[in-house]
Design a protein around this ligand. Structure first.
Ligand SMILES: [Zn+2]
Length: 68
């Protein structure tokens, strides 16, 4: 089946009996991302997580009555 990456408009042909194809058919929200974009998004997500963790850690420290 043909799938289009919504980010860079690359059209890939994936096996229709592959697990990914089944996932795409079952869940409409699941978007196909080409390997390049999924890698890039994965990196961004990791970065965002790192920032989030850092903020969480800072807030926790400020709210802790035993530290200050
Ligand atoms: Zn792409």
């Amino acid at each position: 089946m043909k799938v289009k990456c919504p980010i860079c408009d690359t059209i890939d042909d994936i096996r229709s009996d592959s697990p990914l194809a089944k996932k795409l058919r079952n869940r409409r929200k699941h978007l196909y991302l080409c390997p390049t974009c999924s890698e890039r998004i994965g990196e961004n997500t990791k970065k965002r997580h790192a920032t989030g963790n850092f903020r969480l850690y800072k807030e926790k420290k400020q709210d802790d009555p035993f530290i200050s």
